[in-house]
Design a protein around this ligand. Structure first.
Ligand code: CAA
Length: 373
């Protein structure tokens, strides 16, 4: 049996309340909170990037024993730092993983995490004593006053893939790929080119095609915004009721879109907020990445699935948050855009007490990270 041994998550503490954004943009707040379904979106701080977020997520789950068994690190992101060098090399170094590890970065919009998970499962099948660390880390940034501004967010998921997993066994379902122009980020652009309506149509169409038509207590979805769960549920042969649907989207509504990690954030939402005893339960999982690739699969939870989670760190996700004003949000995201395109950085003055990993500086575009605790 192969699957997810451990699952960890990190979300930045700084958040923008959607009512603040609505007032600033002259939009009825109900459109964002009721129509889109978002309460807050997480925004990266000055000294965070996809590497620090991935390391924070991994740090919550990895023991020294796990680290010794990791043979490969797959880093799924559409927020790449470098055209050549994989973010996994930075992460591997900062996390102190063995030098014999294979380190690669993967891309296919928000689907790369799920693609990486299936590649990791194949690897573990042929190297059964080894484990693979799959990191998903992204910053969803659409630009000020864009249609997608309300569907931003930032965060990371870490998954340890192994034989005899603690959390749950993964079973492959159906997948499909099409050449679509719903959402992509060409080399010339700092933000994605998005056809929002087309992206929702592609998502729903492909979900119709790959779903397995089994009634289930919960199906988790890739959630670019919380009410995408409602739109996904509408095309399911066996839709969930309102109460179950709200469990699937609860965490996402406090975080926003974290691209590659969003489906697994929805899974964590179920694991944290479901009222039922989930031991032995099979949960449906729908992965979608614009461009477009979709896949439906299931996870069957183990009796002791909670041993694959770090509950304390998960509970901390929506605690002690720092609410940004509109001015702070704008200055933070201006800083973010400049940071991503600067050859030289010195961020050593920005350290916050809750951070374990920080981006300290960049020299000739090469980043230097620090582990603080
Ligand atoms: N009170 C309550 N509800 C209101 C309202 C009000 N005053 N005003 C509008 N609404 C409702 C609308 O009726 C609508 O609800 P339904 O969708 O249920 O009809 C909802 O609020 C949103 O309104 P609009 O459709 O008018 O919003 P919009 O034109 O501003 O676009 C969006 C919304 C398409 C999601 C846009 O934010 C966007 O382009 N986002 C980025 C792309 C995206 O997230 N696509 C999702 C699928 S692609 C994917 O999954 C990959 C990925 O990660 C990007």
């Amino acid at each position: 049996m192969i699957g997810i041994d451990k699952l960890g998550c990190y979300v930045p503490k700084t958040v923008l309340p959607l009512t603040t954004l609505a007032h600033a943009r002259g939009v009825d707040p109900d459109k964002y909170t009721q129509g889109i379904g978002q309460k807050e979106m997480a925004m990266v701080s000055h000294n965070e990037d996809v590497v620090t977020m991935a390391c924070e997520a991994a740090h919550t789950i990895l023991s020294d024993e796990d680290k010794a068994l990791i043979d490969m690190v797959l880093f799924a992101t559409e927020t790449g730092l470098d055209y050549s060098k994989a973010a996994s090399i930075y992460a591997l170094d900062v996390l102190g993983l063995p030098a014999s590890t294979r380190a690669i970065e993967l891309k296919q919009a928000c689907y790369a995490s799920t693609g990486a998970m299936f590649l990791a499962m194949d690897y573990v099948r042929s190297h059964p004593t080894k484990k693979v660390l799959v990191l998903s880390s992204d910053i969803a940034w659409y630009g000020f006053e864009s249609a997608g501004e309300v569907t931003q967010g930032a965060g990371a998921i870490a998954m340890l893939i192994s034989m005899n997993p603690r959390l749950g066994a993964i079973k492959e379902g159906k997948k499909t790929v099409r050449n679509e122009k719903d959402f992509y980020r060409p080399l010339y652009s700092k933000v994605p080119v998005v056809d929002g309506k087309l992206s929702i149509e592609c998502y729903q169409d492909m979900l119709k095609e790959v779903q397995d038509h089994h009634p289930r207590l919960y199906t988790c979805f890739h959630l670019p915004f919380a009410n995408m769960a409602k739109k996904a549920n509408q095309v399911m042969t066996h839709p969930m009721d309102e109460q179950h649907l709200s469990v699937v989207k609860e965490l996402g509504s406090r975080v926003g879109n974290i691209y590659n990690g969003s489906l697994y954030l929805s899974l964590l939402s179920v694991l944290m907020h479901a009222k039922e005893d989930l031991r032995g339960e099979t949960i449906g999982m729908f992965a979608y990445g614009s461009g477009a690739m979709a896949e439906f699969f299931t996870i069957t939870l183990k009796e002791d699935y909670k041993s694959g989670l770090n509950m304390e760190s998960l509970k901390a996700i929506d605690q002690d948050r720092i609410e940004l004003s509109m001015h702070e949000y704008e200055s933070l995201m201006n800083h973010y855009e400049n940071k991503e395109y600067s050859a030289s950085l010195d961020l050593s003055t920005y350290v916050k007490p809750y951070q374990t990993f920080v981006l300290d500086r960049a020299t000739s575009g090469h980043r230097t990270y620090k582990k603080l605790k």
